[in-house]
Design a protein around this ligand. Structure first.
Ligand code: HEC
Length: 155
């Protein structure tokens, strides 16, 4: 009799587990992407790749600046103008320039310029707190543009 009860308990436990595992792995909430209000910029795949590579360079430069701040070492910050400064603007393909809205170009240029400014600050009159203030200005630029635009590659 006791053995039978154990068996029933075991069966119930197994069924419960199967149900829970099923619920956990297969019945997730459907993820719905909230409709986003960003403006869409269309360009060729190659140009999108170009912009995204530039963006990854931006992120690397931001990391460098932050490292410089943490280690209180301006030498780490000096080179960001080479990676992300206005010198990069000349390398932008003409077709790409044409596909960009005016505000995007403006924000983009300002961002390149800020990297130059920060590099210069680090070289000439390094002040940890002022670099941080500039860094915040810079990050506000990243945020503002990301809120406003997305880029899709034309098929
Ligand atoms: C002038 C507009 C603009 C500015 C300024 C800007 N971004 Fe972007 N960034 C974009 C757009 C547009 C995308 C693509 C977003 C999309 O299509 O969903 C992007 C994508 C990225 C990506 C993803 C790259 C990849 O390979 O997918 C990174 C990283 C990034 N940005 C970093 C930054 C950082 C860091 C800054 C500031 C230093 C910055 N961006 C400033 C417009 C901008």
């Amino acid at each position: 009799m006791k053995k039978r009860l154990m068996l029933i308990m075991l069966m119930i436990s197994i069924i419960l587990n199967v149900v829970l595992v099923y619920k956990f792995f297969y019945q997730g909430e459907k993820v719905t992407v909230k409709k986003d209000s960003r403006s869409e910029i269309k360009m060729t795949k190659e140009n999108r790749e170009f912009v995204m590579a530039e963006m990854r360079g931006f992120l690397e430069s931001v990391q460098k600046i932050n490292e410089g701040i943490i280690k209180n070492d301006p030498n780490i910050i000096v080179n960001v103008s080479q990676q992300s400064g206005t010198c990069k603007v000349n390398a932008v393909p003409q077709g790409l320039v044409r596909s960009l809205p005016y505000e995007f170009k403006q924000m983009g240029f300002q961002t390149h310029e800020l990297f130059d400014v920060m590099s210069k600050m680090a070289k000439e009159k390094y002040d940890r707190q002022q670099i941080q203030v500039k860094m915040n200005e810079l990050l506000n630029n990243c945020v503002a543009c990301h809120k406003t635009y997305k880029i899709t590659a034309e098929p």
